[in-house]
Design a protein around this ligand. Structure first.
Ligand code: MIG
Length: 666
């Protein structure tokens, strides 16, 4: 039986989100009632809604209005409707159970019981879209069907699971050397350092500032000797500057986005005035992807793609118009409304909808307004890189993660969760976003640990790390001008050393579970509601997750808490780690508990008859890998665990040689 039904309305733009060939059905779409402007579904009191990928609010998405409209949105408050991603997949669970994917690259409003608490109302801007309805016995079956349909998730090189330090503002080789020194001298593990826009020459993509990084390839080698990977940022906008090759070539070949009249669209971002590569054009995509070679050739093996919603600080033409209006206001006796209007004019320069509506793509011969395909832009920037890496580095995995995304991009790269704040509420948001991202195919993801904006506190960083230990991307990142938050900046260096060390110790488990989830189209982080569908209590838990097959995590996310309430949906073994050599365990029956968790501890729970392979860890991935494999378990009879091992670069993922069975007998 085909559990997926596909319906087409109008003449949709191809997004390549879906890889499976699915025949289009005729007839009425089940569950969703099509009205003039919207799809409508009547909700029952007990219905819950899961999914929507990168978004604010809880695991259950009911009760708010979301918008798929990739946004450069640094305020992740619960009042927002969109963040950086557009992920139109959700599952309704209750009276009926079904999944919906709306493959539509324009702005889509998903009113999930906001206007009316008892109604879902989905409104596209026009009726050109594909709808997929997916049924299954359980939520997890629906997700697996969907994930299989959209294709295998991105698999990064293994080193990308190592702990990463980042900060906007590392200005020079010397700054980065000092970061590495700070970690190594204190014995705190580290594998990667991100390079933010500071490394470029006047913020030009694929250039290196020769004054601050005079011998870059040598510096990359020096870092390699320290077992450090450097991960540079790439921005979407290409600086307009005579003599800058990427710019000149792009202009010459006609690979930039256009105005209606065919001239190149001019926006401004960090480099000042820029053109935006037309990633929706396959030739332009290929061309841009091959630009990454400039850095690959200097020894770089990983990147992050930023500002690809795309973020536009202002456009040339809008700045002109605004300046004219402001000039007219000059020397006037303005009342308050006029002053507010003046302020709105200036604030409205950034990410202006009229600018987006004035950009045109050449989609392989077809002229398409950006409005219609806005949500595909960041996706195709990362696809450009991903497709090029396949050609440039056929034998080797390359790390890439993006800020903006759409379903389909999950095959080419990961994401990070963008500009959060050093707020306790954002630690919880990080946790709640993980399963919804996984539902949409994004497995390699993580939030800026410690928080990006605002000054952090030592306890927040420690608690956030205790969650970050488990997220595939474990990256501490902060904005320029905020309090320094590298692990060695704080008093409890020993605690940081141990918590990050636990990440390395648990790597055999974390890596195996990642690989199996990717190769089998399964969840890495699973809400209790999905795993224990008959347990009414489990369905209410919004702050615990299963990670892979063996463990449940329940991190502390409030300040000054000495622990937290935890619900055990079955008998489990509590594991309390101070370090990889100081581990205590205790078996707990199903039920509710208050579990004490100190600032310098990582606590998790092992499910019955499950195994967790681990080692003592190390200062970096290669060192950790050499250690003897041990197991933690909660086995009362006999159980097996499938360990996944490879060299971290090779791509013959399916080869059975990568699997090893570990058997434990009580
Ligand atoms: O306008 O490159 O989300 O991680 O540090 C800000 C500077 C641009 C936004 C990214 C953030 C990065 C910052 N970038």
């Amino acid at each position: 039986m085909n559990k997926i039904r596909k319906y087409r309305i109008g003449n949709p733009i191809q997004t390549d989100a879906v890889v499976e060939k699915i025949a289009i059905q005729k007839g009425k779409i089940p569950y969703l009632k099509k009205e003039e402007k919207s799809f409508v579904y009547q909700l029952n009191a007990e219905d819950r809604i899961y999914g929507l990928g990168e978004n604010v609010r809880g695991i259950n998405k009911r009760g708010w209005i979301y918008e798929s409209n990739c946004a450069d949105q640094p305020n992740h408050t619960e009042t927002q409707h969109s963040l950086y991603g557009a992920h139109n997949f959700f599952v309704v669970e209750g009276k009926e159970r079904f999944g919906v994917f709306i493959d539509y690259p324009g702005k889509l409003v998903l009113d999930m019981g906001y206007t009316r608490m008892d109604e879902i109302r989905i409104t596209p801007e026009d009726w050109n879209l594909d709808v997929y309805i997916i049924e299954g016995k359980e939520i997890l079956d629906i997700i697996k069907e969907f994930r299989t349909m959209i294709g295998r998730s991105y698999i990064p090189p293994k080193w990308a699971f190592g702990y990463t330090q980042s900060r906007w503002g590392y200005q020079s080789e010397e700054d980065i050397r000092n970061v590495v020194k700070g970690y190594r001298e204190n014995g705190i593990p580290l594998d990667n350092v991100c390079m933010d826009i500071d490394y470029m020459e006047r913020f030009k993509d694929f250039t290196i500032n020769q004054e601050t990084f005079p011998k870059f390839p040598e510096f990359v080698k020096e870092m390699e000797k320290e077992h450090i990977h450097l991960v540079p940022i790439i921005d979407a906008g290409v600086k307009i500057e005579e003599g800058y090759e990427t710019y000149e070539e792009g202009v010459e070949k006609g690979y930039f986005c256009k105005e209606k009249d065919g001239s190149n669209f001019v926006g401004a971002v960090w480099p000042g005035r820029v053109h935006f590569p037309d990633f929706l054009n396959s030739n332009a995509r290929k061309w841009f992807g091959h630009q990454y070679k400039i850095l690959l050739d200097q020894g770089i093996e990983g990147f992050w793609n930023d500002m690809n919603e795309p973020a536009i600080f202002y456009s040339d033409k809008n700045l002109d118009a605004v300046m004219k209006k402001i000039k007219k206001m000059d020397n006037r006796d303005m009342d308050m409304w006029e002053v507010f209007g003046f302020r709105d004019l200036v604030n409205g320069l950034a990410n202006n909808p009229e600018d987006y509506a004035s950009i045109y793509h050449n989609m392989d011969g077809k002229k398409v307004c950006h409005d219609k395909v806005h949500n595909l832009y960041g996706y195709n920037m990362t696809r450009a890189a991903g497709e090029a890496f396949e050609e440039l580095e056929p034998e080797k995995r390359v790390l890439i993660y993006s800020r903006a995304s759409y379903i389909g991009m999950h095959r080419y790269g990961g994401t990070w969760m963008g500009d959060n704040q050093s707020w306790w509420s954002h630690l919880l948001m990080n946790l709640q976003m993980l399963p919804s991202m996984n539902m949409c195919g994004f497995l390699y993801t993580g939030a800026d640990l410690g928080g990006f904006g605002a000054d952090t506190t030592e306890d927040l960083v420690l608690r956030w790390m205790a969650l970050g230990v488990f997220t595939p991307l474990m990256r501490n990142h902060a904005a320029i001008g905020t309090r320094e938050q590298e692990a060695y900046q704080f008093i409890h260096k020993e605690a940081f050393k141990n918590i990050i060390g636990i990440r390395y110790g648990l790597m055999p488990y974390l890596y195996s579970e990642y690989m199996k989830a990717a190769l089998r189209n399964e969840m890495l982080f699973t809400p209790l509601a999905f795993a224990y569908p008959k347990d009414e209590q489990a369905a209410k838990v919004e702050d615990q997750l299963l990670l892979g097959e063996s463990i449940m995590i329940a991190p502390v996310y409030t300040q000054n808490a000495e622990g937290r309430y935890v619900y055990l949906p079955e008998k489990m073994k509590l594991v309390r780690m101070k370090s990889m050599t100081d581990i205590k365990t205790e078996v707990l029956e199903k039920g509710h508990y208050y579990v004490d968790i100190a600032l310098d501890e990582v606590v998790f729970f092992i499910r019955p008859e499950k195994i967790v392979p681990y080692t003592v860890g190390g200062q970096y991935m290669e060192e950790a890998e050499k250690q003897e494999l041990k197991t933690l378990d909660f086995v009362t009879k006999t159980a097996e665990y499938e360990l996944y091992e490879d060299d971290g670069y090779e791509k013959d993922y399916e080869n059975p040689k990568h699997y090893r069975t570990i058997k434990v007998e009580a």
